[in-house]
Design a protein around this ligand. Structure first.
Ligand code: FAD
Length: 334
């Protein structure tokens, strides 16, 4: 079979408790753009149990076609049945591009699937484009600690596979009237692949909003000087109806939980408003927030690189400015 025989863009749709994870919609958005450039379709592949209702939801978000594998062995994610089912789908349909979210599940599945179909995988991509000349997929990701962006090609094997971090690509606007073809596939003997038994699922309840869902983020860096001073950020976030996030320096210092970290080794965020307080703007931090709609930076060093990406900059002491800022917001909202 030649490379030209591989057709179509496939997106692995992650669901947990039969709720589709948002990154899947972001990948359908990107997949559609790639499919247009390749003159083909974007197919959403969803694995699970009792997942009928998801066909309509995936069509609303732009899928041209949905392939479902509905099997009790896929009710809760475990590696082997999922990897086996997805590999069978790839072997049958032979897509030219396959995208996964770089979530815990996507990162578990994608390398195994790529090894089984004898192709490569580019992890944690931040940009995906079709080369207009040879129609190959150009997969770009940070390399060498984020100091360079590397564009990786997969010229000799198909499919071209990549994982993409949540929050990097954009969803399409939903279309309630959209319909698409839904194909139900059966993969024989999936329960034979269940080599792990899930005894119990323990869920942690997040007290704060996920930073990737927040429209407003008030983010603190080492310039906040101590974990107690994060109260100033919380006050402003509360006044604005947002939540707090931070640079890695504060996570490494144990001031803030890891799930608040923005950046290359944290989360990628795209809020309407990002307020960076006492953050220098290292390249690894910028990689996670520079696509925010509006960025305000407060830093006492006027040469701090954060000002290069800020829409509004305040040169000054966070401890003086933050209380005034919060006060002004409260007055405005009253
Ligand atoms: P600093 O760089 O120390 O900056 C503190 C800033 O606060 C300074 O600009 C200072 O002028 C200002 N300041 C101090 N006091 C005040 C005050 N009173 N008022 C106003 N301003 C004040 N970093 C991330 O954030 N996210 C990542 O995901 C990430 N991943 C990484 C991955 C790799 C492989 C590597 C090598 C590094 C990574 N980093 C990441 C770390 C990154 O390089 C920086 O070290 C980190 O972002 C610095 O955090 P910071 O801006 O809070 O601290």
């Amino acid at each position: 079979m030649s490379l030209q025989d591989y057709k179509g863009v496939f997106v692995f749709v992650q669901q947990v408790d039969n709720v589709i994870t948002p990154v899947s919609f972001e990948l359908i958005g990107k997949g559609k753009e790639l499919a247009n450039d390749l003159d083909t379709e974007v197919t959403a592949v969803v694995l699970g149990s009792k997942i009928d209702a998801m066909g309509k939801e995936l069509a609303r978000h732009g899928a041209d076609r949905v392939i479902m594998v509905d099997d009790p062995a896929l009710e809760v994610y475990t590696t082997e049945p999922y990897v086996h089912a997805f590999t069978e789908i790839i072997n049958k349909y032979k897509p030219e591009v396959v995208l996964f979210g770089a979530t815990a599940i996507g990162r578990d599945m994608a390398p195994r699937v790529s090894a089984r179909v004898h192709t490569g995988l580019t992890a944690d991509c931040t940009k995906l484009e079709i080369n207009p000349e040879d129609k190959g997929l150009m997969m770009t990701r940070p390399a060498f600690g984020g100091n360079i962006m590397a564009t990786i090609l997969c010229p000799d094997h198909r499919p071209q596979m990549s994982t993409v971090r949540p929050g990097v690509m954009q969803k399409l606007p939903t279309n309630d009237a959209a319909e698409c073809e839904v194909i139900k596939e059966e993969v024989a003997g999936l329960s034979d692949h269940m080599n792990v038994e899930v005894m119990e699922i323990v869920k942690t309840v997040a007290e704060k909003m996920d930073i990737q869902d927040a429209k407003i983020l008030v983010s603190g860096g080492r310039g906040m000087a101590s974990p107690e001073n994060f109260k100033l950020l919380e006050d402003l976030a509360d006044a604005l109806g947002g939540t707090i996030s931070s640079s890695r320096a504060c996570v490494d210092a144990g001031w803030v939980e890891k799930d608040r970290q923005v950046g290359q080794t944290g989360k990628t965020v795209r809020p309407n408003l990002y307020i960076a307080c006492g953050i220098s703007g290292a390249i690894q931090h910028l990689a996670g927030m520079e696509e925010s709609d509006v960025i305000i930076a407060i830093n006492k060093d006027e040469t701090a690189p954060i000002f290069n990406v800020a829409d509004f900059g305040v040169v000054g002491d966070v401890f003086k400015i933050l209380p005034l800022f919060t006060e002004a917001v409260k007055k405005e909202m009253a």
